[in-house]
Design a protein around this ligand. Structure first.
Ligand SMILES: Cc1ncc(COP(=O)(O)O)c(C=O)c1O
Length: 303
């Protein structure tokens, strides 16, 4: 089956889509992007795109910081995405990757006088991790880039060199992933996911000002937890605390809801998926497939 992408206003076959080698975004990492998931619901043979509007709202916020003039409106991005998914005709889970990027052919880092282009591709994607197994992580000795350097709340391609170093070094040391501290020494997030902690039945997550990407999944988890009657707290988290929480999980579009079962070789809880993590995980997997009417407004069917 032919797969299409959307580039410079046109739907083209993926293997015919090319970008010139001197493109600014390639030379300087000056693109902003989103990672969105589409979930295939077997029962009604439909792919549902999860919280597409919120992802494109964040893309537009990222664009604003990066001196970009968006070529499309919020509504147009969503329509282009649905149209591309229809063209690609998936009957499985998919990953959706929109990028706005500086496309002028020019040397020098300036963001002004520099054309903005939009690329969208989609690709089949299943789970990154085995949700039942849980992750063994370390605390990285790299720090998250701070808001005054490359703002983590802005999803800039160039900033992901930080995530690459964190993840690769964690893997090289035998861990699945890593927890990252910010320059103040507080817990920030994972390599490319947010963190949640359970203590005495309360759900704790780091502040939006702790140098995190404010995740769509994080916000979803906070909302689901509140609806489940779980008290939620957003606060600074110290490194030493993470070893002692009853449950720890990470959340993100890619990772979904993934338990963390050990940190720096210290077992979390009893070393398996925690009780509250499991409740949130189960609800999340139902919600994203459009199976829970209360949250079905978050799921856009590809129809
Ligand atoms: C650095 C970082 N933090 C957090 C997240 C989770 O964000 P979301 O839930 O919006 O996917 C991501 C994933 O995109 C990320 O790259």
């Amino acid at each position: 089956m032919k797969e299409y992408v959307f580039l410079d206003g046109e739907y083209i076959e993926a293997d015919k889509a090319t970008i010139p080698v001197r493109t600014h975004a390639f030379l300087y990492g000056t693109g902003v992007f989103e990672g969105i998931r589409g979930y295939y619901n077997k029962d009604d043979d439909t792919v549902y795109v999860f919280r597409m509007k919120e992802h494109y709202e964040r893309l537009l916020r990222s664009a604003k910081v990066m001196w970009m003039e968006s070529p499309y409106t919020l509504e147009e991005y969503q329509q282009i995405t649905i149209d591309l998914l229809k063209k690609n005709n998936y009957h499985q889970n998919v990953y959706i990757r929109p990028s706005l990027y500086k496309s002028s052919i020019k040397v020098g880092p300036s963001l002004t006088d520099n054309k903005d282009s939009f690329l969208l591709f989609t690709t089949p994607l299943n789970d990154y991790y085995d949700a039942d197994k849980g992750l063994k992580v370390c605390v990285s000795n790299w720090r998250r880039n701070s808001d005054n350097a490359i703002p983590p709340s802005v999803k800039v391609t160039g900033a992901y060199a930080n995530a690459s170093l964190i993840k690769t070094d964690a893997h090289a040391s035998g861990f699945d992933d890593a927890i990252v501290l910010n320059e103040q020494g507080y817990v920030s997030e994972g390599s490319a996911m947010n963190l949640c902690f359970i203590q005495n039945g309360k759900l704790i997550t780091t502040n939006t000002t702790d140098d995190i990407l404010v995740g769509v999944t994080r916000n979803t988890v906070l909302e689901l937890a509140k609806d489940l009657g779980i008290e939620t707290v957003e606060r600074n988290v110290n490194r030493s605390e993470v070893y002692t929480f009853d449950e720890v999980f990470c959340c993100g579009t890619g990772a979904q809801i993934m338990p963390i079962i050990s940190i720096d070789h210290r077992t979390i809880g009893d070393g398996a998926t925690g009780k509250i993590t499991k409740i949130i995980q189960n609800l999340y997997y139902d919600v994203v497939k459009g199976n829970v009417p209360k949250y079905s407004h978050w799921c856009t069917p590809v129809k």
